[in-house]
Design a protein around this ligand. Structure first.
Ligand code: GRF
Length: 201
């Protein structure tokens, strides 16, 4: 039942680390077969090396056009032969061709309770809106930005005096629980997409 997963990350990679740790602890029946990154400076690369996970760099800036980058990324993703692709702090919009190639097999983590506050700076948007509760969402990726069927959500309070950093830290703690949980459910074959709804069986 062990599934092959590949993680896409652009930066720090703390969610990637949470996934590595959960697999190592036997909580997720998966093997992480690759880290794919668009950023050769990503801190996540060191985390992959430390865990002996192959790194594939598709450097965005080395392509003259977005389409060429997307084609190269698609081809690298196909080579991975993964059952599941996990966007964990991958900071680019995924093109339609990739979405279509992997619909139902690609998930993303977002630092807000979707459909509220999609796009960049979910925590800042929550503060600016004055909500009392925010959180994180793991969802399947479809062609709408942060818009696909929701798998798992966790909420946190927004406290008096919070700034973007304090709220981000509180949400991140929950992200590190949510993402491995969603991957586990996927790997156990328990996620069924029915329209907008993900049924967990
Ligand atoms: C997380 O807040 C994630 O939800 C968002 O980008 C951040 C990435 O953090 N998409 P990290 O790279 O996993 O530490």
């Amino acid at each position: 039942m062990t599934k092959r997963i590949a993680v896409l990350a652009s930066g720090r990679g703390s969610n990637f680390q949470a996934v590595i740790d959960a697999i190592r602890e036997g909580m997720v029946p998966a093997e992480c077969v690759a880290l794919i990154t668009d950023n050769p400076q990503a801190y996540a690369i060191g985390r992959a090396r430390a865990a002996e996970i192959p790194v594939m760099v598709v450097e965005y800036d080395s392509f003259s056009a977005r389409e060429a980058y997307e084609r190269a990324l698609l081809s690298v993703m196909q080579q991975c032969n993964a059952d599941l692709f996990v966007l964990a702090g991958y900071m680019r919009i995924v093109g339609n061709e990739i979405v279509q190639a992997f619909f139902g097999r690609m998930i993303n983590i977002h630092p807000a309770l979707l459909p509220a506050f999609p796009g960049l700076h979910g925590q800042r948007q929550a503060l600016l809106h004055g909500v009392k509760v925010s959180g994180c969402t793991v969802h399947f990726v479809d062609e709408n930005l942060d818009g696909g069927p929701v798998i798992v959500q966790r909420c946190v309070p927004v406290l008096e005096g919070d700034d973007e950093d304090t709220l981000a830290v509180r949400i991140l703690k929950q992200e590190h629980r949510c993402l491995p949980e969603a991957i586990r459910l996927f790997c156990e074959g328990r996620l069924h997409i029915e329209g907008r709804t993900v049924r967990i069986v």
